[in-house]
Design a protein around this ligand. Structure first.
Ligand code: FES
Length: 205
């Protein structure tokens, strides 16, 4: 991936960008069982994911989405929406940007963080489903702590970013977009960055 140029998108990425699947046309007419919105429309990267659920089986029967994000966000969420249909809520919740990337056949490195948006909105939609259906305990169990309130980035995502190679606050920011609005989360995020780096890559890790 590192040898790719900025615009070296794979054919699959281009296909999903040109012909995005499962786009939500009319939010008001879609009976969602769970809905998640992340990002900030002012930054041009808002993402909304809505799911329908088979309540007996606990599986996702439909997934629609809408974004004002970039080509990479569109392609990765399009492919994500196809991947999750038929999955259990638990399986879908634990999909990572890496899984989406593997399905897409990779993105230019500096665009990887865009794929986090759809994935994050999906987890928010699943938690919304749990909350609406009296499964708040499930939300607490699955949920991670939000560190950056502005960009809705959790400690779990910081850990994922560290596992994917982020070592500096700037790299963490590039991957997760945390700290890009009010900046108040920087100190806590830096502490977690060091903690997770030590945990996974330190001499005692
Ligand atoms: S809390 Fe992270 S940018 Fe505002």
């Amino acid at each position: 991936m590192s040898t790719q140029t900025a615009w070296a998108y794979t054919d699959k990425v281009k296909d999903h960008f040109m012909n995005p699947r499962n786009v939500l046309d009319d939010e008001n007419r879609y009976p969602a069982d769970g809905k998640g919105v992340v990002g900030n429309v002012k930054c041009g990267d808002e993402m909304m994911v809505a799911i329908q659920v088979d309540k007996e089986k606990g599986t996702i029967t439909d997934c629609k989405w809408k974004t004002y994000g970039c080509a990479s966000a569109i392609a990765s969420t399009s492919v994500l929406s196809e991947m999750v249909i038929g999955m259990t809520l638990d399986e879908a919740y634990h999909l990572s940007p890496k899984d989406i990337m593997a399905e897409l056949g990779s993105l230019p490195e500096h665009k990887v963080h865009c794929s986090v948006l759809g994935d994050k909105a999906l987890r928010t939609a699943i938690n919304d489903y749990y909350a609406r259906n009296g499964m708040a305990d499930k939300v607490a169990k699955e949920g991670a702590r939000t560190v950056c309130q502005c960009m809705n980035v959790t400690d779990r995502e910081i850990e994922d970013a560290v596992l994917e190679g982020a070592r500096t606050f700037y790299e963490l920011q590039e991957r997760t977009k945390l700290g890009t609005v009010c900046g108040q989360c920087e100190e806590e995020a830096t502490g977690l960055l060091n903690e997770y780096t030590e945990k996974h890559f330190g001499e005692n890790g």
